[in-house]
Design a protein around this ligand. Structure first.
Ligand SMILES: Nc1ncnc2c1ncn2[C@@H]1O[C@H](COP(=O)(O)OP(=O)(O)OP(=O)(O)O)[C@@H](O)[C@H]1O
Ligand SMILES: [Mg+2]
Length: 351
């Protein structure tokens, strides 16, 4: 049996806002699952229902084989780190981390060992005697995380815990969380709207859109086999390119594209192609485009161009392309890496 089970969970807030539509999900013991999606899609709502901070309107949540809908948050043995963390301001960092352990009657020596262990992991060992008011935002966030980790709960819930950190620290702490989670093997759910964070952290991702779980899968499944246009567009930077056309006689045709597509004949099809699956060709047989903007990122170059039918296209190349704004280039797609969606339903076409 799975460790956490959501069965047909629904959330309607008292003002009538339906934040979560019929959602089911099974999480295995020791897994790190990431809820990812744009602002307002219901990530925090779902997490808070698991923590017990929001009532479940309909459906059931099970933890370790038991229904927890009616169980008080303090009885669930779940630790949560919030977007806006709260530390006890009058207590030192040490006491903030030790608090949860003391209240459970754990012995002093054991607490000391645990606080030392956690503070080393989070690189806050030299801050233990300080008060939260004397720390930077990033340091405070790590203390909040330390407090959750030290308790060694059944489940960790993280709600965008890295939002207040600068870019470099964010990557560092992200790595620490991943290592820590592996080491401790604690079942965890991490919420973020940042797809890179989701891809790098999660064993599995739950991509959410407007209160619906659009797709659940490993990062690679989601990246290479998106089931909807929304997932295809949301995951990956720069975003996937989309071109509207139709399929006839096993060929996708759009204004300036004709590409093999082994699907049934269909009007209103959207072709999706990732920027890294488009390359600049020397031959003039490719689709002719005009370069409008270039972003040189060092390890790659992103070229924004427009074809002769005004389709905007983004190309990402690892090579040092000697291309300038205003140049005419020819591009071709990697036909093994194309995605096709039904324009009406936005669902991926199946063969
Ligand atoms: N207490 C509330 N009462 C009514 N509606 C709410 C309440 N809390 C959240 N909502 C609504 O529920 C929806 C989901 O909100 P939620 O906070 O779960 O989104 P989120 O995915 O966590 O977004 P963000 O990335 O901005 O944190 C939103 O439309 C939001 O306005
Ligand atoms: Mg949120």
């Amino acid at each position: 049996m799975s460790f956490i089970n959501l069965k047909n969970v629904v959330k309607v807030y008292p003002d009538g806002t339906q934040a979560i539509f019929n959602s089911s999900l099974s999480i295995e013991k020791g897994e790190l699952v990431v809820f990812v999606g744009p602002s307002g899609c219901g990530k925090s709502t779902l997490l808070r229902m698991i923590a017990g901070l929001e009532d479940v309107t309909d459906g059931e949540i099970d933890l370790d084989g038991n229904r927890i809908n009616e169980i008080d948050p303090s009885e669930r043995d779940i630790a949560m780190v919030f977007q806006n963390y709260a530390l006890y301001p009058h207590m030192s960092v040490y006491n903030n981390i030790a608090y949860g352990l003391r209240s459970r009657g754990i012995k002093k020596l054991e607490i000391e060992a645990q606080v030392t262990n956690v503070s080393e992991l989070l690189q806050i060992g030299d801050l233990l005697s300080k008060k939260p008011g004397q720390l930077s935002g990033g340091q405070r966030q790590r203390v909040a995380m330390g407090r959750a980790i030290a308790r060694d709960p059944k489940v960790f819930l993280f709600d965008e815990p890295l939002s207040n950190l600068d870019a470099k620290l964010r990557v560092q702490v992200r790595l620490e969380i991943k290592k820590l989670q592996r080491k401790m093997g604690t079942t965890s759910i991490f919420v973020t709207h940042d797809q890179t964070e989701a891809m790098t952290l999660g064993d599995r991702l739950v991509v959410m859109n407007k209160g619906v779980m659009e797709q659940v899968g490993t990062p690679m499944e989601i990246y290479y086999h998106p089931k909807t246009k929304f997932v295809a567009e949301f995951i990956g930077t720069p975003s996937m390119n989309f071109i509207t056309g139709s399929i006839k006689d096993k060929t996708f045709k759009a204004s300036s594209f004709a590409i093999p597509a082994k699907y049934e004949d269909k009007d209103d099809v959207i072709l999706g192609v990732r920027p890294e699956d488009i390359s600049i060709t020397k031959a003039t047989t490719g689709v002719k485009c005009k370069v409008e903007l270039i972003e040189k990122l060092g390890s790659s170059t992103v070229i924004y161009c427009v074809d002769m039918k005004e389709n905007q296209l983004c190309v990402s190349t690892q090579s040092r392309a000697s291309v300038e704004v205003g140049d005419t280039i020819h591009i071709s797609t990697n036909n093994k890496a194309l995605h096709f969606f039904d324009r009406e339903t936005s669902k991926a076409l199946t063969k």
